[in-house]
Design a protein around this ligand. Sequence first.
Ligand code: AMP
Ligand code: MG
Length: 269
Amino acid sequence: MKMKTPHRVKPHANVRLSHVSSNETGKYKSQQAANADLEKHRARLDQLQELLAAESKHAVLVVLQGMDTAGKDGTIRHIFTGVNPQGCDVTPFKVPTPLEARHDFLWRAHNAVPPHGKIGIFNRSHYEDVLVTRVHKLISDKEAMARMEEIVRFEDMLVRNGVVILKFFLHISHKEQTHRLKERLSTPDKHWKMSEADFAERRFWPDYQKAYEDVLSRTSRKHAPWFIVPSDHKWYRNVVISEVMVEALRSLKMKYPQPNFDITKIRIR
Ligand code: AMP
Ligand code: MG
């Protein structure tokens, strides 16, 4: 997959998040220009999704990860507005249920992988099992490394089975999170989105950044790449992700299948 975006993480890169800008806006000088491109990408995405369904040889798996308030929900709303709802499945990953906790950590992820012809969006993902669990020391560093290798092999197996995997880390600064949490606090209609845990998790910010750096450094692959998306500006985040999706789907060179009967012989009376 060749891509224009500068935000892709090369395999085995040594990612230092403090060296990566969270507020850049790339080639865009204004929000209007970015939104105009987002509009084009959405329209293309709708056509490409139909082709994906018609051909049914590939599935697309979009993984969204990021700190609280990074914009996972907003991304889903903005980018998939206009795409046929029948062609997309969104799976949120919450604290594992008792049944999920009794299985291997990839069980629930595997079960939610989209079938050929569909786009599947993971709102959080199997990566939580090397992030939140690691930060709270529910697993050792050694276990986390082993899991990351298992994730790479799991994703490789999916790729070989026709799943296109695109993983987005929504990168925001601590300052931007402060701003967004304050905004939520002062907007009663946003209170439902908050939990005490969000404020507690914030204290672990440096540990999360470190755990993310390991994930990004160790699990980005040519066919299952990570993208570090500067996300302090929501409009830049949206245009980056939608562009990557359009490019990835285009590169599949999909074709509508031929009908399995002779169309010239059909007469409608
Ligand atoms: P939200 O995305 O705001 O709905 O929150 C979901 C919560 O579930 C977050 O606090 C995640 O850290 C937590 N979560 C997701 N996956 C796991 C996991 N495998 N183990 C523990 N907590 C998890
Ligand atoms: Mg949350």
